[in-house]
Design a protein around this ligand. Structure first.
Ligand code: ADP
Ligand code: MG
Length: 321
């Protein structure tokens, strides 16, 4: 196990999953075939040790998160995942680590019917860059610039759980009741299957990776409209209610829930005529989907409390620089 070719062969080679891979990993380029009635969607995300995950994170969690953050971008536009590349930089050849990383990666490739078609393997600080590619029916995609005044704003899941999980880890709060939040942080679930059907009801979606405030902000900026969100409509998980009750004198810290990263849920807008379809779809996928406000004319993003007063957030979202 000395050369990168041994590593690639042993840990980054999986059984061929798809017949649309014309040239798999092993040549200078991979090649895939895109059907004439489909549109190709491409996204990349990098995870760096100490920045995007703790240095001591397990290889299983790292692989899981790396795949999911990429699939979450595909889900945000309604794409069906198809192919993946992996550029990995490793500080040393740790076979146990590689074995565990590879096992989780392989499980996810199988679960989502995705082929790993290439990559790059280098020595350096632990860092994982994946590129995910997916397919959509032509022009049947959700974009962040398609919100319209009058649309209802929806989110999946309960925002902020990952932020609570990170808070628990960073502050060494060892409380089993917060485990769901830590799981949410380490093992986000991209809303892939739901999103593929959501394109029939929504033209506009984003995945919440930097916090709802920032990501809904991207929607209204790109779409040239305003949004009103009612805090009272935003659902909290039972773990997050427990967290605020026990560790914050029962005061909900909305800034924590809405301005930190790593939710990987979807925020999307729906014309009023199509809201019942969205509710049925949510039932079908057993997914929590909640209407939290509406798109209006203008350009401001307003969050209102129970008394209808404006709540402002100074911290608007996870920023890298
Ligand atoms: P080149 O020198 O032509 O860029 P490499 O030597 O970097 O190619 O890689 C050899 C082959 O192995 C290529 O087909 C590449 O896509 C594939 N590969 C390299 N690293 C990985 C990886 N981590 N996962 C999957 N395939 C990989
Ligand atoms: Mg080459």
């Amino acid at each position: 196990m000395n050369s990168e070719f041994d590593i690639i062969k042993k840990y980054f080679t999986f059984a061929a999953a798809r017949d649309d891979v014309l040239i798999a990993a092993g040549d200078d380029c991979a090649s895939v075939s895109v059907p004439a009635d489909k549109q190709l969607l491409i996204t990349t995300d990098t995870l760096i040790a100490g920045v995007h995950f703790p240095e001591k994170a397990s290889p299983e969690d790292i692989a899981y998160k790396a795949v999911m953050v990429n699939l979450s971008d595909l889900a945000a536009m309604g794409a069906t995942p198809a192919w993946l590349t992996l550029a990995i930089s490793l500080p040393q050849v740790d076979e146990t680590w590689l074995q565990n990383f590879s096992a989780t990666l392989g499980e996810l490739l199988k679960r989502f019917n995705v082929s790993l078609i290439g990559g790059d393997t280098t020595k350096g600080t632990l860092s994982i860059t994946m590129q995910a590619m997916g397919l959509c029916d032509k022009d049947k995609i959700m974009r962040r610039d398609q919100a319209k005044a009058g649309d209802q704003i929806y989110i999946t899941g309960t925002p902020g759980d990952a932020a609570i999980g990170l808070h628990a880890l960073l502050n060494n709060i060892d409380d089993p009741a917060l485990q769901p939040c830590i799981t949410k942080l380490n093992r986000p679930e991209a809303r892939v299957a739901f999103a593929q059907q959501l394109v029939s009801f929504s033209d506009c979606a984003i995945d919440i990776s930097d916090g709802l405030v920032a990501d809904l902000g991207h929607i209204i900026n790109a779409s040239g409209c305003a949004a009103q969100v009612h805090l009272s409509a935003i659902p909290l998980s039972s773990a997050s209610r427990y967290f605020f009750d026990k560790y914050n004198k029962a005061v909900i810290d909305w800034s924590m829930l809405l301005t930190r990263g790593d939710d990987y849920e979807l925020c999307f807008t729906v014309n009023k005529d199509k809201t019942s379809g969205v509710n049925e779809l949510a039932c079908q996928y057993d997914l929590k989907v909640t209407c939290i406000g509406e798109i209006t004319e203008g350009h401001e993003l307003n969050f209102l409390n129970d008394d209808g007063e404006l709540v402002s957030f100074t911290d608007t979202g996870f920023k890298h620089f």
